[in-house]
Design a protein around this ligand. Sequence first.
Ligand code: NAP
Length: 259
Amino acid sequence: MDLELRDKAILISGGAAGIGGAISAACAAEGAVPIILDRNEEVARAFAAQLRSVGHRCELILLDLKTSDDCRLAVEDALRLCGRIDALVNNAGINDSVGLEHGNPERFAASVHSNLMHYYALAHYALPALKLTSGSIVNIASKVALTGQGNTSGYAAAKGAQLALTREWAVELLPLGIRVNAIVPAEVMTPLYRQWIATFPEPDEKLKSIERTVPLGHRLTTPEEIAATAVFLLSPRSSHTTGQQLHVDGGYVHLDRAL
Ligand code: NAP
């Protein structure tokens, strides 16, 4: 199936590694131009070089999305590089363990800010460009918004807000024909996930115990499986899909985990 993404300029935050990296690669494979926005310079440069070495196009913006000004500059850079923005993937984020007991209000606010503010600010600053292309937005959320995890209040609050904003923006942008959807991953093997597993005393055992809880296939989701859903949501092939939360998680959130 032709996803009709050829030559589309797609801005992807955290687009150089993990889930964002897989989305960038899937967009490039469809002939789109991923505009990879990432703070990890070494990883991002190597990733862009690898995409280009196999004949794909991509653009790179090296930036840590800390303030709304960073987000405004990123959008300006994207427009300077590509002249248009057809879609935005809000993906950069980090599960930073700011808990209720082991945390404080200041760290909570900082965690919500670092996981949420750039989702809003990138969408806000990209909106004039998205209006011109009747573009679409995909927000990468997390099952933590729905299941909780414990000891991660800031991240959970930000992920819950991303789901709320997906519905809110889908409604606000209906008259403009701009679709907004969320993907809700659960357990996906990425560099961040690898770092987290390594914090347990027996990482291999911990990983096996998590895999056992995933109903479909008793394995983690791959970043490529998230990316396949993302390119569908970004493409005009999903032209009547908006305001949705797609769970790409092997049934983790909705099916019986005791199976
Ligand atoms: P990852 O492996 O850390 O990759 C994310 C990339 O984004 C990294 O290159 C990272 O750079 C970059 N990045 C992070 N914050 C940034 C910022 N403020 N500005 C610019 N670049 C930034 O992460 P992932 O596991 O793919 O997670 C991606 C998204 O999926 C996150 O929103 C996460 O909450 C969500 N998610 C993941 C899982 C999972 O199981 N992996 C499950 C549910 C939801 P650094 O290397 O410098 O950090």
